[in-house]
Design a protein around this ligand. Sequence first.
Ligand SMILES: [Zn+2]
Length: 167
Amino acid sequence: MVTGIKYAKTPPQKYIDQAPRQTEWLAEAQPSVKLRRILTSGTRCPDCWDNVTQSCNNPNCLTCYGTGWSGGYAAQESVKVGISQPNMVDQKAWTAIGFIQVEMGIVGWCAPSVNIKPRDMIVDGGGKRYVVAEQVNNVGLLGTAVRQYFELEEREIDDITYSVPIT
Ligand SMILES: [Zn+2]
């Protein structure tokens, strides 16, 4: 997981000033994906929300898709997200204690203006459905937000996310 950009020394101010614009250009060159932002407020699901336990009692509920909020997701948006599949090189690493296997997930990134949040749902051009993992890293360069990085969990075809309408 990439969590930051390291420089041997402080980069010149002009690079810092250009960084957000550069990342917007790079992000613009990434494929379009469909984004459904998970609801975190609104009306509790009338079909599965349990007021006693304060939780959704049916993860496969077709009214809220297991989110506990009626409708589950905000309206579909089209955004640019780079998605890199894990590869063999990424999965192994030499360390002080020897050769270890590194768990590399599917990593997504986008411009900070997209403002991806944990548990948002992304559908790629091939129709694969992903859920954003719990941690979204907002990578900054000396206080200026330049990118968002996040791990993507690919869902199986029988997952409830495949019941969420995508056009
Ligand atoms: Zn429900």
